[in-house]
Ligand binder design. Sequence first.
Ligand SMILES: Nc1ncnc2c1ncn2[C@@H]1O[C@H](COP(=O)(O)OP(=O)(O)OP(=O)(O)O)[C@@H](O)[C@H]1O
Length: 273
Amino acid sequence: MSTYESWPTRFEAELVRLGVPEPRARRLTEDTAAQAAEQAADPAGLFGPAHLYARHLVTELSAPVDPEPPRFATAGPVLLHLSAVGKRYRRRTVLRDVDLTVRGGQVAAIVGANGCGKSTLLRICAGLTRPDSGTVRRTRRVGYVPQDGGTAGWLTADEHFTLFGAAAGVVSRRARSTGAHLAARLAWRPDPGQRVQQLSGGTRQKLNLVLGELHGPDLLLLDEPYQGFDQGSYLDFWRQVHAWRDAGRAVVVVTHLLHDLNNVDHVLDLGER
Ligand SMILES: Nc1ncnc2c1ncn2[C@@H]1O[C@H](COP(=O)(O)OP(=O)(O)OP(=O)(O)O)[C@@H](O)[C@H]1O
């Protein structure tokens, strides 16, 4: 598609590409143009890049409202493929011959004993650690949520949204509104004056999750992402994972909670150490 096509044309085409029926995509495009006109704003300035806004909208539209959310009838394209991956730290072999394939519309869990290499494997999936053997293929748009860290204590949540949004080419206003919207999905309303160092551990983890998703990635890699969550937040988290899945994205989650496995399509057990 030409980069010179207008914002509404690119927006509508991306909606159709994501599986929205054409008449509905056209109506959504018209509604979006009307919203921009109401605010006398350029859609790119108000909503950010057309393809990212289309993704957020599709996720929002497929957010579960029923106890049994709809699932993609067929799995989508392969978004992550690992073949015979191995990793050593000095003489110690941490991973040997690991295979994993995850498609759009699927959730996979990585489980295993402490120290068996789950986080190492997730970093390899994200492209942050290089394997010693095997091959890794992944989609270009990846969101990675580490077990801890990833945020700056002296900045506010909004400043994080601006910073991470800028890295993905999203204007500040749009990044902040998307961040607030995603935070609300986790029952969190960021306080504009509060620095991250003043947040509880569970709320900091919510910020990590929002930042991982802010740029609308196709593949989300989550390393025990609910540490410090209370029961309600934990349920909100899984609802959100299912919304991502039903929007055709792929999710890989490292977990040690066995009951999580009811929520996933594949389990990769790395076993004992
Ligand atoms: N950068 C590194 N250098 C050397 N050893 C490392 C490095 N990163 C991880 N390890 C070692 O590799 C092994 C696997 O670590 P990893 O963090 O991937 O395990 P894990 O399954 O995620 O553990 P946990 O369940 O405790 O979070 C551990 O023995 C760890 O000490």
